[in-house]
Design a protein around this ligand. Structure first.
Ligand SMILES: *Cc1c(COP(=O)(O)O)cnc(C)c1O
Length: 479
């Protein structure tokens, strides 16, 4: 007697599921990009109690079609331009499926050697593919590890920085007194959250001013560090960003890096979205100074066709990270670990257990090749450049700046309320989905162009919808 699904039943349902997903991608443009449901619409269709008797896959999939699909915002639609993408690809989905199928828990080298060694190899590949500092390689002083998100990566960086600054005493005594972290006013909120998580408190986080391009002002950073040192405090961590979330601003990594070296401060560089652009040598000048960073993170799950979650995190000195996070209880002791012959990635992040995430990244790298990745990323960058030329040519809209990467920030000249209304009307229509930010008290519209299936025609159509809607909104009403 067994309630389990048999391999034959799995074969049948699994093939149908692949068909379902392929159909979904073929038909994705038929759905409103932004889910139209109201709060509670989904939960009220779901029974209050779990079923006592098991149900058929056909019934489950019927509910997926009836209940779940209407509550989906279609992140993989070519008309999704909101926030930052979380793009995807078929090779990645297959790699992720294989990872589920193998069901490996890769906390130690010994719990699946291939899970660790493939990850090490793929992370070293990425260093060369993106022109990153050679010392990030596992064969050098550094090394890379796949984390779930950029938020977890910065948390690991904060912890390592804290321990390096306190001679590994904070871990033991909990004494973090005087430690000060620095970000800019534009830095992603995940760093502030990390500062809370490590128990520092946001009073010990300094938000440095930015210049006209929304990039951190290095001299302001240095002035603040000096003031803190004079007050007897201990500056220990700076986060600089390549491609801020609001406007894609690029902090001057080289100048910030030199300040960090001078005052012995850990520099973490966050390029969660824009890091992918380093695949293209012509965009690497934005990454100048990265050799001064102690840690670096970017998300293939945003703009490199690898489905969520996948964050690549490198450190310049793996010994610091491992010393910070390593714990070896009796039940995890094994020969390979004790000989020091292997990498145990559970010492490289907060959690113990880990998925076999390198499979999907490996599938993506091998399916596209470096050439294929460069081709598609360059297209997105080119579409963004074209969109920005249409904005510039328009009498009604203005452009924030020449987009450094694939995010275009622009606004209609009729003011904040108008822009908000324009965006809401278009997003409600379901034809496309884009989002906004506020910079210098002005509301700016954001078009992030990086979906896997986005072609020039989608970007053209988006611009034409935006212009049409703006005209309709400008017309005087009858009443
Ligand atoms: C998206 C983003 C993050 C957070 O990413 P998660 O992987 O979701 O934690 C952090 N920093 C920047 C610059 C981002 O764009």
């Amino acid at each position: 007697m067994s309630y389990h699904m048999t391999p034959d039943e799995f074969r049948e349902s699994g093939k149908k599921m692949i068909d379902w997903i392929a159909d979904y991608y073929e038909q994705i443009e038929k759905y409103p990009v932004f889910s139209q449901v109201q709060p509670g619409d989904i939960i009220k269709q779901l029974p209050e109690h779990a079923p006592e008797q098991g149900e058929s896959m056909t019934d489950i999939m019927n509910d997926v079609n009836q209940i779940i699909t209407p509550g989906i915002t279609h992140w993989q639609s070519p008309n999704f331009f909101a926030y930052f993408q979380s793009n995807n690809s078929f090779p990645s989905i297959l790699g992720d499926l294989l990872s589920s199928g193998l069901g490996v828990q890769g906390m130690l080298w010994a719990t699946s050697p291939a899970c660790t060694e493939l990850e090490t190899r793929v992370m070293d590949w990425m260093v060369d593919l993106m022109g990153l500092p050679q010392h990030f390689k596992s064969t050098e002083t550094g090394g890379g590890v796949i984390q779930d998100t950029a938020s977890s990566a910065v948390l690991a960086a904060l912890l390592a920085a804290r321990e390096r600054k306190t001679n590994y005493h904070c871990n033991q005594t909990g004494d973090n007194s005087g430690l000060i972290a620095y970000i800019s006013t534009q830095t992603h909120s995940s760093v502030e959250k990390g500062v809370k998580v490590i128990g520092l408190g946001t009073d010990r986080l300094r938000k440095i001013d930015v210049d006209a391009t929304f990039a951190m002002e290095p001299h302001q950073l240095e002035e603040q560090i000096k003031r803190d040192l004079e007050a007897g405090l201990k500056p220990f961590f700076v986060c600089a960003t390549i491609g801020t979330t609001s406007s894609n601003a690029v902090d001057p990594i080289e100048a910030i890096g030199e300040i960090c070296k001078k005052y012995d401060i850990w520099l973490h560089v966050d390029a969660a979205m824009s890091g992918t652009a380093a695949l293209l040598p012509e965009f690497r000048s934005h990454f100048n100074g990265l050799e001064l960073a102690d840690s670096y993170a970017f998300n293939p799950h945003k703009w490199m066709f690898t489905n969520f979650d996948c964050d690549c995190f490198w450190v310049a000195d793996k010994a610091v990270l491992i010393k910070t996070l390593s714990i070896l209880p009796e039940y995890l002791k094994n020969e390979a670990t004790e000989k020091g012959a292997v990498i145990d990635y559970r010492d490289w992040h907060v959690q113990l257990g880990r998925r076999f995430r390198s499979l999907k990244l490996w599938f993506v790298l091998r399916h596209y090749g470096a050439e294929g990745l460069r081709y598609h990323i360059l297209q997105h960058l080119e579409f963004a450049r074209q969109f920005s030329t249409w904005v510039k040519a328009s009498a009604d809209f203005e452009l924030l700046n020449e987009p450094p990467f694939n995010l275009v920030c622009f606004r209609h000249n009729a003011g904040n309320d108008f822009n908000k209304q324009l965006m809401d009307n278009i997003n409600k229509s379901g034809k496309l989905f884009f989002s906004h930010t506020v910079l210098n008290n002005q509301l700016w519209l954001r078009m992030s162009i990086g979906q896997t299936q986005t072609e020039l025609k989608h970007v053209e159509e988006a611009w034409s919808i935006i212009c049409q809607q703006a005209k309709i909104l400008t017309l005087p009403t009858d009443n």
